[in-house]
Design a protein around this ligand. Structure first.
Ligand code: FRU
Length: 480
């Protein structure tokens, strides 16, 4: 297929060429953010999985590195995590980087066994440049569960052991280890809790503090069964004592309601910051999206927090502060009252399709923000007061015919009871990420307009007043 540079994002990671899915092994090490990813260097659709690799000083400008891990006699290299082994518990070396991943054996899968996914180790002694596989892989053998994968490992201070959070079909299984090599099963969680429209994949477990109290967040990616169809990231808030996860309640919650954030997990070794990034696609159509010579991008990095709202504890997602470094001169309009449709393109000095838009209102009610082009294509997003929902509608935003699952209108509940809100949108040629109510609702969506969406219009038949509307072109720093 012909190349589509017009869809290449500028501040989201994409591989130069070929297929990518989940982020893997995200670890901050000696001033560098490492991003590994599910990668098939042999084509533009999913295939025998490798770990691709990219590095960045700020999670925005990425330099692609050589492939870190390639398939071997034990199978493909599926998703997993990486840690800094500060105390040399594994004996690979002090401060070794250790990757814990799933070996997926395609021969065993074909033969109809249910033990073809096992957990293995690899390590790097040169800050992630080169990787050695452990010579006694796998370190955690499959007990007979077909879906047994995506280990996320972290150090647990209470037990002074490593904890592995593993996706095991319809639940999470926790394991512990003193040395990353010998693993003991601790407990299971979730068989009867949360969303189960598909298989559980790519979990994460971490503490977050709110008002001096520590809570634990368990992320569980799910495919299919997301709130707008296909893949999505749900989460639970509760307590973890090093052995067992106990949820606060049984409510199903979503880290991102849009159709295009999946397999999202957080960086290791970032101190008090909890930084999240997901794959910006959906298994419903990821293999068909009209980009070339690469397929798929990652989301922007997000900083996670907790927030109490209506007696519930919610995870919040906000664009990481680093995004501010991309901002050029903002154009801000004050007191914009919308009743009849208004075209703000000129007043907002909107010319490109890589920008940040913020809309602030003291009284939120129904409105539609329409991003359009001369071809009559429209990406419509906004708020529906009657349904108390944010929405993004890409059905008229350009190419949709590559998959029957793609066109449509995605919705997300408004969780805040406040009268006003501030909405932030990050646009980068072929994607929009919406953050509302200080991160209580996040929505990610990709689209493929045939010409850049550079016009900005507002509609609100019942009227709404924005205290400010601001447009900031984003100027990414050069890659590498
Ligand atoms: C999630 C996933 C993981 C698996 C990987 C394979 O998108 O299915 O569960 O490890 O992708 O590429």
């Amino acid at each position: 297929p012909p190349a589509t540079p017009q869809y290449r994002p500028a501040y989201h990671f994409t591989p130069a060429a070929h297929w990518m899915n989940d982020p893997n092994g995200m670890v901050y090490y000696q001033g560098t953010y490492h991003l590994f990813f599910q990668y098939y260097p042999g084509g533009m659709t999913w295939g025998p999985m490798h770990w691709g690799h990219a590095t960045s000083p700020d999670m925005l400008s990425w330099k692609e590195q050589p492939v870190a891990l390639a398939p071997d006699s034990l199978g493909y290299i599926f998703s997993g995590s990486a840690v800094v082994d500060k105390n040399n518990t594994a004996g690979f070396g002090k401060d070794a980087l250790v990757a814990i991943f799933t070996h997926h054996d395609p021969k065993g899968e074909k033969a109809g066994t249910n033990t073809f996914q096992n957990q293995s180790l690899a390590y790097s002694l040169d800050a992630g440049k080169t990787w050695m596989k452990y010579d006694r892989n796998p370190v955690l053998k499959n007990p007979g569960i077909k879906d047994f994968r995506d280990p996320k490992v972290s150090w647990n201070e209470a037990t002074r052991k490593w904890v592995m959070t593993l996706a095991t079909l319809d639940r999470i299984t926790f394991y512990s280890s003193p040395n990353l090599k010998d693993w003991t099963k601790e407990s299971e969680f979730g068989q009867k809790l949360g969303a189960h429209g598909g298989v559980w994949e790519c979990p994460d477990l971490f503490p977050l503090t709110l008002n001096g109290k520590t809570h634990w967040v368990l992320l569980v990616n799910l495919n299919p069964g997301g709130p707008n169809g296909g893949s999505a990231t749900q989460y639970f808030v509760g307590q973890f004592d090093g052995h067992t996860f106990t949820p606060l309640n049984e409510k199903t919650k979503w880290a991102d309601y849009g159709p295009d954030e999946y397999a999202g997990v957080t960086w290791a070794n970032t101190g008090n910051r909890r930084l999240f990034l997901g794959w910006m696609s959906n298994w419903e159509y990821a293999n068909q999206v009209p980009t070339s010579p690469w397929r798929s991008a990652m989301t922007i990095p997000r900083e996670l927090g907790l927030r109490q709202e209506g007696g519930e504890l919610y995870l919040t997602s906000q664009p990481a502060a680093e995004l501010e470094t991309l901002a050029t001169k903002a154009t801000t309009l004050q007191n914009v009252a919308v009743k009849t449709p208004v075209d703000l393109t000129t007043r907002l000095k909107a010319t490109g399709d890589r920008h940040k838009l913020t809309l602030k209102t003291a009284q939120l009610s129904s409105f539609e923000l329409v991003l359009g082009n001369a071809a009559g294509e429209e990406l419509v997003l906004g708020y529906d007061q009657a349904a108390k929902q944010y929405f993004i509608d890409r059905s008229k935003a350009g190419q949709v015919g590559f998959s029957p699952k793609f066109a449509g209108r995605a919705t997300a509940p408004r969780l805040s009871a406040a009268a006003g809100t501030e909405l932030t949108l990050y646009l980068d040629a072929a994607s929009v990420e919406l953050f509302a109510d200080q991160g209580l609702t996040a929505m990610t969506e990709i689209f493929f307009a045939t010409k850049p969406l550079t016009t900005i219009k507002l509609r609100a038949t019942r009227g709404i007043t924005f205290q400010t509307i601001s447009n900031t072109p984003l100027a990414p720093k050069a890659m590498g």
